[in-house]
Design a protein around this ligand. Structure first.
Ligand SMILES: [Cu+2]
Length: 201
């Protein structure tokens, strides 16, 4: 990706994350029970035969793991992958999606399903401690288009990761090209249950 685009998009991603911190989590916090009930684990298990391509939950190093975004969940995500695994995002939903991977600090032991419901002041230090490990954007009906805008989709550092989508409900693909924060008061997809947990070994 050309550098001049990278800068713009990185700013956009940061703004999207800031938007989540500013307004999304307030809505998320009001919706604790619903968010907890919609943990994608159940759905992923239901679709296991359809989306799981490996025999175990761990992918060999260097493998590409193909994840499918739907409205609103990540499907086909193993519980564990080896360091060096690259994530690929296919969007089968009706809205644009992103895969934002944050490495969770080792001192944080709560499950992602609980972390994403935390109030802004508690979530900031967890998600805001550094740049995401990678951010992959996928317009509707595409795979990796436009693709990674932070990192290259590869997770290199072992640890526990939160996989989340911050795009607002109701957006269209043009949001993937917009500069600055999305002009939307809609809740982010993460508040609709679009989050998952991934361990990199
Ligand atoms: Cu999404």
């Amino acid at each position: 990706m050309p550098k001049n685009n990278t800068t713009t998009i990185r700013r956009q991603v940061a703004a999207v994350a800031a938007c989540l911190l500013a307004l999304g989590l307030a809505a998320c916090g009001d919706d604790d029970d619903a968010a907890a009930d919609e943990t994608p684990t159940t759905e992923a298990a239901d679709n296991e035969t359809e989306t799981e391509t490996d025999t175990g939950s761990e992918a060999p190093e260097g493998e590409v793991v193909e994840i499918t975004a739907v409205d609103w969940a990540f499907e086909g995500l193993p519980e564990e992958v080896a360091a060096g695994t690259t994530l690929s995002l296919t969007n089968e939903g009706d809205e644009p999606h992103e895969l934002v991977a944050f490495r969770i600090p080792d001192s944080e032991t709560r499950p992602v399903s609980e972390i994403v419901t935390l109030p802004e002041e508690e979530l900031g230090p967890i998600f805001g401690a550094g740049e995401p490990a990678t951010v992959i954007l996928a317009a509707t009906g595409t795979t990796d288009t436009p693709g990674p805008v932070v990192g290259d989709g590869t997770l290199t550092e072992p640890g526990r990761y939160a996989i989340v989508c911050f795009l607002p409900v109701g957006a269209d693909d043009s949001i993937l090209e917009s500069e600055g924060p999305p002009e939307s008061d809609a809740p982010p997809h993460v508040s609709q249950g679009m989050f998952a947990e991934l361990v990199v070994t």
